[in-house]
Structure formats: structure tokens, C-alpha cells
Design a protein around this ligand. Structure first.
Ligand SMILES: Cc1cc2nc3c(=O)[nH]c(=O)nc-3n(C[C@H](O)[C@H](O)[C@H](O)COP(=O)(O)OP(=O)(O)OC[C@H]3O[C@@H](n4cnc5c(N)ncnc54)[C@H](O)[C@@H]3O)c2cc1C
Length: 460
């Protein structure tokens, strides 16, 4: 049987960061990827990463701090997050941002995104990011990647330590030994109807947009060996996808964070649009047919960001996914809502803003505590039909800050590590944009380092 120091399951951002870090440490590493290419859900993502105190923020004149980032995460997570994981993220986030840059990962823009008190969404092109990590991995003679190799079970030795991975490749079953650790980085289960039915039945009507590989394989493997799971009650979808969206062609727009309102098929607002798009998703699924429209005017349109995955409204227009008309009457007609109700909804919203009052449902900002809403009054007017998509699960095995998978009594399961979307506990009750890719990078590295330490060192 072939033997490695570390066997990593999954070649998304978490697995690739772990592979680079372990490669740098000189460890013998095998990464098993069940698909024929790297990237998983990472390469489908919008590429936002949450970091604070970066050179990009300084250049843009944005004052930020690790403390503020951590406070936002805890607030968005409704204080259900594991504080130790948040603090560990805080300690390592800036260093990890610089580590990625040194590996050639390119950060392109900085945007205000869901949950953040200041613009803190640093965007990467996720394909470019994964390729930069892969380029580094190929330089190591001590790191191997097997493609089309699906891990199927984990085995324990006589001392109760998990030390072998069974995987399927070329129509055969193989077993490989891991002397220091097995690191689960196989992503979430956004594409597993079986698990979504079990844990998120309310999201039955939502679109499914995630990597085909994300079936929760390793969640089941870890469960078999007694892993505890966290954050499952908070599974939620993401609002802002056109009902025709699929993973291949992204049709997403978050105009509400630039000042659009959300109206249901009755022509009424129903929520504070500055909330996390996960909470907006829950609220919108309760509306008739689970469908609503983002409605905005030219003032908001002018805040579109060219080539941004969330804010490129001109792109939605070019794809013919937007209605664009000169009057609100025409808009009501296009989206088939009662004219008088839509006009009344918008007039009440505008009055609230113009009188400096709190707008109905408590809207005070564009996103989280950032930015000021503007009245919807300047033609042309726009509407974008929107629904909810299940992108990522953000819930899963309990881990400590060294990436050790924990049992229900918070005791490490010997030999077993995890990082990335397969882990729970970090986001708590709510996900803040950019913190999933962020946690993949930070904890992918830490889990690899954790596994390569001897267990006695790790316990210190
Ligand atoms: C459309 C979309 C937009 C998003 N936008 C953002 C964003 O802007 N910011 C953000 O922070 N998050 C975002 N997310 C979430 C984020 O992309 C994911 O949570 C993150 O990329 C997960 O990374 P990972 O490395 O844990 O898993 P993945 O990137 O999914 O990689 C897991 C890999 O494991 C492989 N695998 C699975 N099972 C096995 C097995 N049994 N054996 C071997 N290999 C296996 C898979 O094939 C896959 O390649 C978005 C997600 C989507 C879908």
C-alpha cells in the first residue's frame, strides 16, 4: 500500500491551499480529486474574499481592522459562531491574503458586499486563483494529484486512528495510507438532493448551483467515524438569481445592495433589502411563487460595476434579463403587478428616504451598515426577476483551530482533519460574503500545518 504523510480529499480552494502549505513543509502529499479538473465550487464562485487592513483598502482610503471584521462575522452569524475559529481567522487573515498574493493570486477590485460595515470584498478570478496554486503545486516533487479519483471510505487502524483512505479510480478500488493525517476538503453538499432533502427541506423550490462534485461524500465518511456537525439548522439559499440561472452561465445581480428594492408579485416590498442575501432568500421564498423582482432606477444603474460578478447590471441587460422602461406604469405592466400598488410601494419608500425617516422594514443602509439608500425616481426604471439558489452549504463537521475534526464531546478524532465548506461552526447562523473562500484559504493552510505536527505538539 502506498503511504503519504498527508492525504487531502478535494482540489478546491481549501484543498489546494493545504497542498501548497504541506508542499512547502516538505511533506509527502497526495491530493485526490474526483473530477477531471480542479476547482470544485470555488471556480463557480463570485470570487469575493473577506480580508481587513489590506493594501487595497488603504489605497482606497478605507479604514478597517481585524476587530471590525470579526465583529461583523459574529453579528451576521447571530453570535452562533465558534469564537475560537473567528479569532483564528482574525489572526491569520491578513497574512493569508499576502501569502496568496505571493503565490500569484491576483486581487482585482474591492466592493461593499453583504454583511460588511466597510468595503471589504476583495475579488479574485477564481480560475486564476486555482491555477496559481496549481502552478506552485507542480513545482513540488513531493505533492501528487490524482484526478478522477473518488474517495469513498475512511478506515481506522487498531489504535483507533483514521489512517487510510479508500478511493475509486479506473474502475477499481484502491487504499492509501496517511501517516500524519487525512484532510477532508471535499466541499459542501449543495448538489446532493438526498442531503438537502434531509437538512434543508424548506429550500426545495430553490435553484441548485454548485459544483457537481459537491455531494457531501466526506461529510458522510466523517459522520461514520463519529464527527460532530454544526450549523445545519441555518442552511439557506442566496437571493438574487434569475430563475433561468444555472452554474454554467451566471445570471446573478445584487442591485439591492446598490439601492434597488425587492417587490413580490403583489407589487409590495416585504423585507429590509440591506440584510444578508441569505436572509433575503428566506424571506423571498415565503412570497407568492417564491419569485420577486429587484426594481431600481437610473441612479442605481449608474452604480453598476463593469465585469463584477454581482454588480454588472449592464451585463444582465445585454443578456436580456432586465426590463428597462421609462415609466413605473410600464414597469408594473412588464412584471405583471398592480400599477397602483407598485406606485404606492415606491412612493412610500421614497417618502421615507426624503423625510429622513427609517424606511419600512427598517432599511437604513445599502448593505449592512454601509451606504445610503436613494429614492427610486429617475427614469429609466429597471426590473430583474429574482429567486433563490442553493450555492453552498456552509455547515458540516466540527473542527478546532488546527483543523482537527471533533466528536460530540469536542475531542479530536485521531488522524482526521477538515477545512473549507465541509466544516461547520465558523459562520454560525449567517454567512457573510467572502468568508467562505476566506476560510478555505486560512483554514486549508492551518489544517495542513496541524496535521503535519505530531499529535503531542498539536495538543499543546
Ligand atoms: C455561484 C457561487 C458563488 C459563490 N460566491 C462566493 C464568494 O464570492 N465568496 C465566498 O466566500 N464564497 C462564495 N461561494 C462559496 C464558495 O465558492 C465555496 O464555499 C468554496 O469555494 C468551497 O471551497 P472548498 O475548497 O471547500 O470546496 P470546493 O471548491 O467545492 O472543492 C471541493 C472539491 O472536492 C472534490 N470532491 C468532492 N467529493 C470528493 C471525493 N469523494 N473524493 C475526491 N474529491 C472530492 C470536488 O469535486 C471539488 O473539486 C460561492 C459559491 C457558488 C456556487
Amino acid at each position: 500500500m502506498k503511504s503519504y504523510d498527508l492525504v487531502i480529499l478535494g482540489g478546491g480552494l481549501a484543498g489546494m491551499c493545504a497542498a501548497v502549505e504541506a508542499g512547502e513543509q516538505g511533506a509527502d502529499v497526495l491530493l485526490l480529486e474526483k473530477q477531471d479538473e480542479l476547482g470544485g465550487s470555488t471556480v463557480l464562485s463570485s470570487g469575493y474574499m473577506a480580508f481587513a487592513g489590506t493594501d487595497m483598502q488603504v489605497e482606497a482610503g478605507i479604514t478597517d481592522s481585524t476587530q471590525s471584521l470579526m465583529e461583523d462575522m459574529i453579528e451576521v452569524g447571530a453570535r452562533m459562531n465558534d469564537k475560537t475559529l473567528i479569532e483564528t481567522y482574525g489572526q491569520h487573515q491578513l497574512e493569508t491574503y499576502n501569502w496568496l498574493i505571493n503565490l500569484g493570486v491576483e486581487f482585482r477590485t474591492l466592493q461593499a458586499v453583504s454583511g460588511h460595515s466597510v468595503p471589504r470584498g476583495h475579488t479574485i478570478d477564481p480560475h486564476q486563483g486555482i491555477q496559481a496554486l496549481y502552478k506552485r503545486v507542480k513545482e513540488f516533487s513531493n505533492v501528487e494529484i490524482f484526478f478522477n479519483a473518488r474517495a469513498s471510505r475512511l478506515l481506522k487502524n487498531e489504535e483507533g486512528r483514521i489512517d487510510r483512505v479508500v478511493y475509486e479510480a479506473d474502475g477499481e478500488s484502491h487504499t492509501v495510507l496517511a501517516t500524519k493525517g487525512i484532510l477532508l476538503a471535499s466541499g459542501g453538499f449543495a448538489k446532493s438532493e438526498e442531503l438537502l432533502k434531509l437538512f434543508a427541506p424548506k429550500l426545495d423550490g430553490s435553484l441548485r448551483i454548485g459544483s457537481e462534485g459537491n455531494q457531501g461524500d466526506a461529510l458522510k465518511m466523517a459522520w461514520e467515524h463519529g464527527a460532530w456537525v454544526l450549523d445545519l439548522p441555518y442552511l439557506s439559499g442566496t437571493y438574487g438569481f434569475h430563475p433561468s440561472a444555472n452554474s454554467a452561465v451566471k445570471s446573478q445581480g445584487l442591485a439591492f445592495y446598490k439601492g434597488a428594492i425587492m417587490v413580490n408579485l403583489l407589487g409590495k416590498r416585504f423585507v429590509n433589502e440591506s440584510l444578508s442575501y441569505k436572509l433575503l432568500g428566506n424571506a423571498s421564498l415565503e412570497q407568492p411563487e417564491g419569485i420577486s423582482y429587484q426594481v431600481w432606477d437610473q441612479t442605481v444603474m449608474e452604480k453598476a460595476v463593469h465585469d463584477d460578478p454581482l454588480y454588472d447590471f449592464e451585463l444582465l441587460k445585454r443578456r436580456r434579463l432586465l426590463y428597462e422602461v421609462d415609466t413605473l406604469d410600464e414597469l408594473a405592466d412588464c412584471i405583471d403587478v398592480p400599477i397602483e400598488v407598485l406606485t404606492e410601494t415606491i412612493s412610500r419608500y421614497n417618502k421615507g428616504i426624503q423625510n429622513g425617516e427609517e424606511v419600512e422594514f427598517g432599511r437604513k443602509s445599502l448593505t449592512h451598515n454601509y451606504g445610503e439608500p436613494t429614492p427610486i425616481e429617475k427614469a429609466p426604471f429597471y426590473a430583474f426577476e429574482s429567486t433563490v439558489a442553493m450555492l453552498a452549504t456552509y455547515a458540516g463537521v466540527a473542527v478546532n483551530s488546527g483543523g482537527q475534526v471533533l466528536n460530540p464531546y469536542s475531542e479530536p478524532i485521531p488522524g482526521l482533519y477538515a477545512a473549507g465548506e465541509i466544516t461547520g461552526g465558523f459562520h454560525g447562523a449567517g454567512y457573510m460574503t467572502g468568508t467562505s473562500l476566506g476560510k478555505c484559504a486560512v483554514f486549508g493552510r492551518l489544517a495542513a500545518l496541524g496535521a503535519l505536527k505530531t499529535e503531542t505538539e498539536a495538543a499543546k
